[in-house]
Design a protein around this ligand. Structure first.
Ligand code: PLP
Length: 468
């Protein structure tokens, strides 16, 4: 395809996209394909000669949409939503066309300066104090790894980057068992080792117990370990619980440990002032991550890592070889020095479009609706024959089991989940909570309406009847 053909095909793609979005409710949410089915439709060898766009586009329409799980479907209640407000899709199109590498200020000054401003808009929107700066990462996993590496280097006085970790005291990092698996990945990548991520016992509400944390750190110090930092979760992935942020940070501070807060999903909800009590004290953290690409509506990928002081992270990750110098501008912000990859996309543009096109008040309204509808769905499901809630609503996430009389609840719940996702009108996924197989129900899709949520309760009633 030539540059001159861009308009024709962009228009065709836009028309396809508009129709896709308008008819999403008629599709099954989860792909109804079997493994290998899509691959079998593709030639095994790459083409030697150019193919025309008509054929390529026709194959796209024939093969791809039915092989997709539709994340923008209003009845997507699985995992956490990865919302893409239509306005953020438009911004992503523009980003794709400019296709810039935004690694340094001078490689795309607008990208850097809009990023700085968007991070600050979000800081204000979340109620974080002035002084927090930040960077837009691709994902919370990357932010967690960056925070872990910074934690490690700060504890080692930046000797690890220089001479490695041999001969150093063994580092220890502390987190609740409710933190995301990307924290486990981060300790592995950082060379700290999985067994040195101490999963601290939780209290009766599955929040990390600050007293138990104090004991664990003291015991580790006495045993010759080097405690490096604490990772807190706000809105944990499995059942949505949050740690007691202020109290836990006080313990970490008493031992001069670095604190990183993972609020990848629930951070978006903090645009609602009435929810901020759930991370009360967060301003004491060194690093906080939240994903506007989850609940807020900025198309994937868009994850903001706030830093109380960027210097330790830039010192850990920044490298400025001669070929990356910006001549005469040594004090300029180069965001690639705040993160792992050198090359970076222009992610701030979609946030700029999103925040302006919706305004915070509209985004708050959606999140408040999601929480209210999740409460309503939880009550509706609890009232169905054979169903029981296993965890209450945390933000807009709750879990339940299907336990008809005389049946093993884990087996019956798994069977029901299969039936739900084969049916396709809604999409739900599972987790394990206290040894039980439970179904997670998360309300957070950008275009979800109350009747979508109520329909989900009806679907459960209908599908459970023949199983019970
Ligand atoms: N942290 C939490 C609490 C999450 O829920 C998730 C994903 O759901 C992640 C981290 C990983 O997010 P990402 O896909 O942006 O790496």
């Amino acid at each position: 395809m030539k540059r001159e053909d861009y308009l024709q095909w962009a228009e065709r793609a836009a028309r396809w996209g508009a129709n896709y979005l308008a008819t999403l409710r008629d599709r099954p949410v989860r792909a109804q394909t079997v493994p290998g089915e899509i691959a079998a439709m593709l030639p095994a060898e790459p083409p030697e000669e150019p193919e025309d766009m008509q054929t390529i586009f026709a194959d796209f329409e024939r093969i791809v949409p039915d092989g997709m799980t539709h994340w923008q479907h209003p009845r997507f209640f699985a995992y956490f939503s990865a919302n893409a407000a239509p306005v953020s899709m438009i911004a992503e199109n523009l980003t794709a066309v400019m296709a810039a590498q935004c690694m340094l200020w001078q490689t795309s000054p607008a990208a850097t300066e809009i990023e700085t401003r968007m991070v600050d808009w979000m800081r204000q929107a979340l109620g974080l104090p002035e002084g927090f700066q930040g960077v837009i990462q691709d994902s919370a996993t990357t932010a967690n790894v960056c925070a872990m590496l910074t934690m490690r280097e700060r504890a080692l006085g930046w000797r690890g980057n220089d001479s490695g970790m041999a001969g150093e005291k063994q580092l220890r990092v502390y987190a609740s068992p409710e933190t995301h698996s990307s924290i486990d990945k981060a300790v592995r990548i950082a060379g700290i080792g999985q067994q040195h991520l101490v999963k601290v016992p939780t209290d009766g509400s599955w929040a990390l117990d600050p007293g138990a944390l104090r004991q664990a750190i003291a015991a580790d110090k006495a045993a010759g370990f080097l405690p490096a930092g604490v990772v807190l979760c706000v809105g944990g992935t499995s059942i949505g619980v949050s740690d007691r942020v202020r109290e836990t940070i006080e313990v970490a501070r008493a031992y001069d440990l670095f604190v990183h807060v993972d609020a990848a999903w629930a951070g978006s909800a903090m645009i609602c002032p009435e929810l901020r009590e759930l991370w009360e004290g967060v301003e004491g953290a060194d690093s906080i991550v939240f994903n506007p690409h989850k609940w807020l509506g900025a198309q994937f990928d868009c994850s903001i890592q706030f830093l109380a002081d960027p210097e330790p992270q830039v010192r850990t990750l920044g490298i400025r070889p001669d070929y990356l110098q910006t001549l005469g501008q040594s004090e300029i912000t180069n965001y690639s020095e705040w993160t792992i990859p050198l090359g970076r996309r222009f992610r701030a543009l979609k946030l700029w479009f999103l925040l302006r096109a919706h305004g915070l008040e509209d985004l708050r309204r959606r999140i408040r609706n999601h929480i209210a509808w999740a409460e309503e769905a939880a009550a509706g499901i609890a009232a169905l024959d054979g169903f029981r809630l296993t965890t209450k609503c945390h933000f807009s996430l709750f879990t339940f089991q299907y336990a008809p009389d005389g049946e093993d609840a884990n087996v019956a719940t798994e069977r029901l989940l299969q039936a739900i996702n084969d049916d396709g009108r809604i999409y739900l996924t599972q987790t394990t909570h206290e040894g039980q197989f439970v179904i997670r129900f998360q309300v957070g899709q950008f275009d979800c309406r109350r009747d979508d949520v109520l329909l989900a309760v009806e679907v459960l009633r209908e599908l459970a009847a023949p199983l019970g």
